[in-house]
Ligand binder design. Sequence first.
Ligand SMILES: [Fe+2]
Length: 217
Amino acid sequence: MNRDFEFKQLLRAFRAGIISEKAFEGEMAELEHGAGHNGANGANGASGGFRAFGKNYGSEREAVISFLDRAYAAESNGAATFENWAKLCTTECIRSGIKMIAEREAYHARIFKNRLRELGAKPSAPVNEDGRKFKEAMSDPNLKDTEKLLVHHKLVADPVVFFQAISEFAERITEDVETKEVIKLFVQDEISSGTWLNASCAALNAPAASVAQADAM
Ligand SMILES: [Fe+2]
């Protein structure tokens, strides 16, 4: 793995909320000082270590538990976020879609929590800053649905790219195939939700944008 690749992995992991800002900064500092963690501790190295999201873990199991913990926090927060939006949503054509996304987020959280328990761990990760801000915006009664769609689009402009680090992580899991497959299915759900939200954003914001354009002429 070269440094450029490592940097991209770290950035994707940070943006997807997999690692905290503190962990991101720490790993970046190590990268800058040339401690690139290649060799024995590289991808599934002979030492038993596992490299994921630009970080070194003692084992694949440790990386999987860390992912499930953070993903549980993010998905529980996502469920509350979309539930709050659904209650405030006044745009008929997207209201039940928002409710469906809230249900998806809630069942992702349940599955991740169950899997954590099966692996002998308990959730302990906090919600990251982006997730907290996103929930705040989606729960704001003064923000229109079209504006909320734009906030989401700004955060997740391309869902495939946004979830790429998680897809790559799933691909590299070799031992815990149960979690591997559940993560792959989870990513498909998230890409579906994100793509639908962005299509709704484009459709519902387009008339306003073209009126603004016409007014300017
Ligand atoms: Fe989610």
